[in-house]
Design a protein around this ligand. Structure first.
Ligand SMILES: [Zn+2]
Length: 301
């Protein structure tokens, strides 16, 4: 547990104070991959750049979903400029986390309209703490705040299609949305989908492991089986990958819950671990012990 938190603390603490800057992010590149229709995804290569950015590029210009860590903003802008569609007109935030909203002020000050669930604005406009990571985050400047907020859902009609923004309550946080491009048939799940990776759940800001599983099940039910699916973190996926993520959430939660009911302590559950089939879901942020810790804390709340 100690090493897990240590690792996360190093990564997060340097990102939050923008010190990933010069040296660290100089090695990280942003790669664009066409997904389907008008939609591409921008992913970091060579290090942690923040969440995956969805891009709609077409006759109306550019719309993006999320905008990575603050120190990645210049590279992100350069990649978008290379698409030759002008400035970003709309920016949709899937949720408030700094690795998805890092360049909000950059795009907001250039007149991009920022759209997000109302809780994203509420969280960004005042100082926040992420105790799990020993992080204190200052209030965001005005230019970084969403100017259009909604409670349930919103649609942006852009580049020849309806782009649906749908709130998913109390899953990864209390303010997440997933975004569906109705003609391109692409779904951006934000951090309701870590593709074959154990996810982070922000329990301090309304997240819950069972809420996340419920929301993911609803997305699988609601959207076409042949949709391409962009995860918040990890490789581009499809509905089968999203189903595998849901299966992991449900199965590992049940394992932890059953042991809690049997009176086992967190340490005992961590020592027992998870079946081997979930070993490959470990990554730089969350190993099996770390994931069990999140599930245990969530079930104890
Ligand atoms: Zn997140």
């Amino acid at each position: 547990m100690k090493s897990f938190f240590f690792k996360v603390f190093i990564v997060i603490s340097c990102c939050s104070s923008n010190l990933v800057g010069a040296q660290e992010t100089s090695k990280i590149m942003i790669e664009a991959t066409h997904v389907a229709g008008n939609v591409s995804v921008l992913m970091g290569v060579g290090g942690f750049s923040g969440g995956n950015v969805g891009v709609s590029a077409g006759e109306d210009g550019l719309l993006i979903i999320d905008d990575k860590l603050a120190p990645m903003s210049e590279k992100l802008e350069a990649k978008l400029a290379a698409m030759n569609k002008g400035d970003v007109k709309f920016l949709i935030n899937t949720h408030w986390h700094f690795d998805h909203t890092g360049a909000n002020a950059v795009f907001g000050s250039k007149k991009a309209i920022i759209v997000a669930h109302e809780n994203v604005r509420k969280l960004l406009e005042s100082p926040q703490e992420l105790k799990a990571f020993k992080m204190k985050l200052p209030a965001s400047p005005k230019a970084a705040l969403p100017t259009i907020t909604f409670k349930q859902s919103a649609s942006v009609h852009f580049n020849g299609e309806e782009i649906q923004v749908i709130h998913m309550p109390n899953g990864h946080t209390d303010g997440d949305s997933v975004i569906y491009f109705t003609k391109s048939n692409v779904l951006h799940m934000g951090d309701h989908f870590f593709n074959h990776l154990f996810p982070f759940i922000d329990l301090e800001h309304g997240g819950s492991v069972k809420g996340m599983a419920r929301n993911v099940a609803q997305a699988i039910e609601r959207f076409p089986a042949d949709a391409k699916v962009i995860p918040g973190h990890g490789a581009l996926g499809d509905m089968e990958d999203l189903k595998a993520f849901h299966e992991m959430l449900v199965a590992t939660t049940k394992i932890v819950e059953d042991q809690m009911k049997a009176g086992k302590s967190l340490e005992q559950i961590q020592v027992a671990g998870l079946p081997e089939k979930w070993d490959s879901w470990q990554w730089e942020f969350f190993d099996t012990k770390g994931w069990i810790g999140i599930v245990h804390t969530s079930l104890s709340m």
